[in-house]
Design a protein around this ligand. Structure first.
Ligand SMILES: C[S@@+](CC[C@H](N)C(=O)[O-])C[C@H]1O[C@@H](n2cnc3c(N)ncnc32)[C@H](O)[C@@H]1O
Length: 360
């Protein structure tokens, strides 16, 4: 040990305790993901004190598995246990952050990223040794979880919180404008806007065939005629973007994990009308590790970055910016792309992202 002289036993003991806590909390995250996906939290939020058999029956699940899951939930402080009746209860104060009905407050959705990332551990480890990246195709359920994530943090508050970030936008959308969403994923945001504003036209672009197919299917099942979806690699958007045709361009968590983020931003600048607005949702961070120590979900975001955002960009032979590129670097990239005015907004429901309103 290099600094044996200064070994502080109390500090060591506290750290060992913190590591034990990490083992408990990370295990709990896996179980919360199962509670979300199985519907157990939603069912339990409707039940009074119940036995494991009653909970399993109501959820249509295997009792033995439900009982072991309940053990993790009770020891993890999520669910209350009453030994005299062998019954369990999910307090409403906890359900408020664990069930689908909680909308934007449902934190259980995000727990799914942990098992999802565990699925590529071997591939990531290989990259630690050899460099390179892990492509999107290796991530089981990424697009599904992402759609659920943005379904909550964007879709559920689109009307109430997000459109109002740009004064006058709702009126313009009502009267009819042209909108582009770059890196649109499963297209849920574009399709919802399409339904809300029939006089406007919406284009979604994404590199993934899988998500564009989903987006098109949803649009056609809603009978939408004002949305279109295009499969395209945006890495050369600086060259291929049309000249000044869009009134509004949006990106939702889609710049930092691009192969060539600056080219995408330059393309957005090119495609935006002179008086158009670019709305960019991207991960909040400071661009300084020493300041991000105080970020409420800093470790979570650096982990997602290392095991997804950064690596999928590197897999495109890209820059590998990482999710924690931060506000300072984001503004620097936007300025390099040509933008003159950048306003950073924070929305109360969304501690994970900054909402930049950007104009020429
Ligand atoms: C983090 S996801 C966000 C998806 C969506 N905006 C949402 O909020 O649900 C980033 C998206 O960028 C897309 N993407 C990544 N690299 C791309 C590229 N080179 N060209 C176009 N799209 C790309 C991915 O396929 C993915 O759907």
């Amino acid at each position: 040990m290099a600094d044996n002289q200064s070994f502080d036993p109390k500090k060591a003991e506290a750290f060992a305790g913190s590591l034990m806590d990490t083992l408990n909390k990370s295990s709990l995250c896996l179980m919360i993901s199962i509670g979300h996906r199985s519907g157990l939290f939603d069912v339990m939020s409707m039940l009074d004190r119940s036995t494991s058999s009653e909970i399993a029956a109501k959820s249509n699940l295997n009792e033995r598995y439900v009982r072991e899951w309940l053990g993790a939930m009770v020891t993890g402080g999520v669910i209350d246990y009453f030994p005299e009746t062998k019954t369990y209860h999910l307090p409403s104060e906890h359900a408020a952050f664990l069930i689908r009905a909680a909308g934007a407050d449902n934190i259980a959705v995000f727990s799914q990223y942990i098992p999802l990332l565990g699925g590529v551990e071997d591939d990531i480890l290989k990259c630690f040794k050899e460099g390179g990246g892990v492509p999107y195709s290796k991530f089981k359920r990424f697009h599904e979880v992402m759609a659920e994530d943005s379904g909550q943090s964007v879709l559920s508050v689109l009307d109430s919180h997000i459109l109002s970030v740009i004064p006058g936008l709702t009126d313009k959308l009502k009267s009819g404008i042209k909108v582009l969403d770059a890196g649109c994923g499963s297209g849920k945001i574009i399709n919802k806007l399409g339904l809300m504003f029939p006089k406007s036209h919406f284009t979604g672009i994404d590199i993934s065939e899988e998500v564009i197919e989903k987006a098109k299917k949803e649009a056609s099942s809603c009978g939408l005629k004002n949305t279109e979806f295009i499969i395209k690699d945006l890495s050369d958007f600086d060259q291929t973007a049309p000249d000044e045709i869009y009134d509004l361009i949006t990106t939702f968590d889609a710049i930092h994990d691009q192969g060539k983020p600056l080219n995408v931003l330059k393309g957005i600048y090119k495609a935006l009308k002179k008086d158009g607005v670019y709305l960019m949702q991207d991960i909040s961070g400071t661009s300084h590790l020493e300041e991000d120590i105080n970020h409420p979900i800093g470790t979570f975001l650096y982990t997602i970055s290392c095991m997804h955002c950064m690596t999928v960009s590197l897999a495109q032979d890209g820059e590998g910016l990482g999710a924690m590129w931060g506000e300072e670097v984001t503004k620097d990239y936007l300025t390099k792309a040509g933008f003159k005015n950048i306003v950073t907004n924070k929305l109360a429901h969304d501690i994970q992202n900054n909402w930049y309103v950007v104009t020429k």
